[in-house]
Design a protein around this ligand. Structure first.
Ligand SMILES: [Zn+2]
Length: 284
């Protein structure tokens, strides 16, 4: 039993979010981005390399991160004890909280998982861009061997360009097997949701949360874990672009230190051991 954290980094860069620019101007600078990802690996040393880096794919850069220099870094992350996952920025496919074209999302997942698995990497985790998700994604993930989802921030209700794209109202704040009929409820699918660590509006969303609030959330989660039967597994979230300045990196280091006072960092593969153990004990 224990409080388990997963340190996740969404592999996005600043220019991607300048959506008024043409596609070619929203692409990343390769040299700069490689440098930032190397810093992620370096900082993750303080937690035994247990970083989960989500590889970005989107209509802007469909196969950019399959270049050999990046693949070498993904392999290094795995070798040091971490993992890579899939981060699909397909927010344009959502409307009224529903995925309008599941086949397009499936192609997006394929575009990363198939070539990277062919190169020997082991991908089991997914996070939607802008934390988008809906129930029709669950069977797509199952079919593609993705068994962990990290898109949940309990209570999130996000509109983007006038459309509802993420609805996590009422979702659990600890890990759960998702329900095929409602992604915010516990159910019988094989996909396990690992939510962002939260205390009301405060979240382990490093980029926008003060160190004091991070400390309050971590302390709250530790207390909650002691009060329940079983484990807690939650994620911390930051982005690759946050590794650009020394003071942001210092903050990330401080967050990892604070959380490690209250719980342990695990990899996504280690989540499977915890879940199997719990299922075996007949508690789910
Ligand atoms: Zn993103």
């Amino acid at each position: 039993m224990g409080l388990n954290f997963i340190f996740t980094v969404d592999g996005d860069w600043d220019e991607y979010f300048y959506d008024k620019l043409p596609k070619c101007k929203r692409r990343p600078d390769k040299k700069h981005l490689l440098g930032l990802i190397k810093r992620e690996v370096k900082i993750a040393r303080s937690i035994n390399g247990k970083i989960l880096h989500f590889v970005h794919t989107s209509p802007v850069t469909r196969e950019y991160f399959l270049q050999p220099d990046f693949v070498a870094l993904w392999k290094k992350i795995e070798k040091k004890g971490g993992s890579i996952g899939v981060h699909c920025h397909e927010e344009g496919l959502f409307n009224h909280g529903k995925l309008e074209d599941p086949s397009k999302l499936e192609q997006s997942i394929h575009s990363i998982t198939v070539p990277l698995r062919d190169k020997g990497l082991n991908l089991i985790s997914y996070r939607g861009g802008y934390l988008t998700f809906c129930k029709s994604i669950i069977p797509i993930l199952e079919k593609n061997g993705i068994i962990l989802d990290f898109s949940c921030s309990s209570g999130r209700y996000l509109h983007y360009k006038g459309k509802l794209i993420a609805d996590w109202r009422g979702a659990p704040k600890n890990y759960y097997h998702m329900c095929y009929h409602d992604h915010r409820k516990e159910g019988k699918s094989d996909v396990v949701e690992i939510p962002l660590g939260k205390l009301k509006q405060r979240a382990l969303y490093i980029d926008i949360t003060s160190l004091l609030d991070i400390w309050m959330v971590a302390r709250h989660l530790a207390r909650k874990e002691r009060a329940i039967e079983g484990n807690m597994i939650v994620s911390l979230l930051t982005h690759t672009y946050e590794f650009s300045s020394w003071w942001k990196r210092l903050k990330i280091r401080a967050v990892l230190f604070i959380c490690s006072r209250y719980g342990g960092f695990i990899s996504d593969k280690e989540v499977l051991d915890i879940i199997r153990h719990k299922r075996g004990a007949g508690k789910i």
